[in-house]
Write a protein that binds this ligand. Structure first.
Ligand SMILES: N[C@@H](CCC(=O)N[C@@H](CS)C(=O)NCC(=O)O)C(=O)O
Length: 201
């Protein structure tokens, strides 16, 4: 399988953490792509986005779907689903995944808006996205989250979201919004699947 990736995308990081956590790295060859510059990418993914996973004739885009595909491999090797399929925690974990994606979407939109040179930046949109990120973090109950060593699709996505805030929006100081979440997140630094996927330019 081949993964089109970048070193900065939080969506890609979710997939790369999933791969390392699930021990699937030997099945995957990585190919570096800049989605904002590559014209070839659109031939593979008409949406022009990464991550993309190519497995023979099958091309998958959308980070959650790619993880779900990889989860089947992980389960086929005798492990429990990282989507917690067929368990009572399935929907709560998908909700965490959705919330983490919402934080990532708002943070990526903020970055792109801040980089706009063709028009004046929209204060109201920037305020809206900041509100989404802040509210989402303030309302997360860290006591309901599985610890880093027992990761699932929700906690991996949240780790990608918080890691992205540290990378691009250090000035927000999100840790002041939720001290319990700060403590929960600190544990991730013990794991190579987290540290080896940290974003860099
Ligand atoms: N919902 C998609 C979002 C993917 C996405 O927006 N990726 C960004 C990189 S952070 C991208 O490729 N952007 C290129 C563009 O929007 O032109 C996913 O979860 O995979």
């Amino acid at each position: 399988m081949k993964l089109l990736y970048s070193t900065t995308s939080p969506y890609v990081r979710k997939v790369r953490m999933f791969i390392l956590y699930a021990g699937l790295q030997n099945d995957i060859e990585e190919s570096l792509v800049n989605p904002f510059e590559s014209s070839d990418l659109k031939d593979t993914n008409p949406l022009g986005k990464i991550p993309v996973l190519i497995d023979g004739d099958l091309t998958l885009y959308e980070s959650g779907l790619i993880c779900e595909y990889l989860d089947e491999r992980y389960v086929a090797k005798g492990n429990s689903s990282l989507f917690l399929k067929n368990t009572p925690d399935y929907f709560p974990v998908q909700m965490l995944h959705v919330k983490a994606n919402g934080i990532i979407d708002a943070a990526v939109a903020t970055l792109l808006e801040n980089r706009r040179v063709d028009a004046e930046q929209s204060r109201s949109m920037l305020d809206k996205w900041y509100g989404i990120i802040r509210r989402s973090i303030e309302t997360l109950d860290a006591s309901n989250l599985m610890p880093a060593e027992h990761a699932n699709i929700g906690t991996l996505s949240l780790a990608a979201a918080l890691g992205y805030l540290d990378f691009r929006f250090d000035e927000y100081g999100w840790r002041n919004w939720n001290k319990d979440l700060e403590v929960w997140f600190a544990d991730f630094d013990q794991f190579s699947w987290f540290t080896d996927t940290k974003p860099f330019i």
